[in-house]
Design a protein around this ligand. Structure first.
Ligand code: MN3
Length: 245
């Protein structure tokens, strides 16, 4: 090995160990049920299109090859691109403190974000071959819906009757400690699924009209004076705790 090759090789080895060290440091955050099972960001935190966890024809004859090619490679990819574009644009608005286009970009963020997260979960919700719910999942299904058969009938009926475009969703409601079945019509109207709120401000008129009438801005200015940051922090702490498990 000549000197030049040696330097080049050592530099590469150095870079390699740096990368694996970063991975190690990042592991408590990276290893959690959402990111490890349903990967939505790459190692730089950028939204990305994870390859399908099976071949395009693996689900035949139930879900056909061509549908998967177009659905994953075109539709899902468009959500990922749209989400990165909206995120970049919003970062730009924040940097410039110019929020004149915020409504448009928040809609883009919700539409593409919900699209990306739900599609990622959708691909991983299917697999070739036979699989069964765990004992824990079955217990929760029984507790929440009576029996597995009743749950399946309910899930099918709810999903079948989603108006126009949307999703049928089985979700865990941690505060009630039970499962629920939900319909998402136009997923963007329900904001980004799988994002967990930690601070909310009610801007329905009933929240401020008596005092502030049509002056929503004045109400929001007052709302922020009374935010319980301790509670907001606690919510985040609890979520971070759960992420580590
Ligand atoms: Mn789709």
């Amino acid at each position: 090995m000549d000197k030049r090759t040696f330097i080049k090789t050592s530099a590469l080895v150095g870079a390699g160990s740096l990368i694996s060290m970063n991975k190690l440091t990042a592991s408590p955050l990276a290893v959690n049920s959402f990111s490890s099972l349903d990967k939505i960001v790459d190692e730089n935190g950028r939204y990305f299109l994870n390859p399908l966890p099976y071949d395009f024809d693996a689900l035949e004859p139930h879900i056909d090859h061509l549908t998967l090619v177009i659905h994953h490679g075109k539709h899902h990819a468009a959500y990922v691109n749209g989400l990165n574009a909206a995120t970049d644009k919003i970062n730009e608005l924040i940097a410039n403190e110019n929020f004149s286009e915020i409504k448009h970009w928040e809609k883009q963020l919700a539409f593409n974000g919900a699209g990306h997260f739900l599609h990622t979960m959708y691909w991983n919700s299917m697999s070739p071959g036979v699989s069964k719910p765990s004992a824990n999942l079955e217990n929760y299904i029984n507790k929440s819906f009576g029996s597995f058969e009743k749950f399946m009938k309910y899930f099918i009926a709810a999903t079948l009757s989603v108006e126009a475009s949307g999703w049928g969703i089985l979700a865990f409601q941690p505060l009630a400690d039970k499962l629920v079945v939900l319909q998402a019509e136009k997923h963007q109207d329900l904001s980004q699924w799988m994002s967990i709120p930690i601070l909310v401000c009610d801007v329905w008129e009933h929240a401020y009209y008596l005092r502030y009438q049509s002056k929503r801005a004045e109400y929001i200015d007052h709302f922020i004076q009374v935010i319980n940051w301790e509670m907001v922090s606690n919510r985040l702490e609890l979520l971070l705790e759960n992420k580590k498990k």
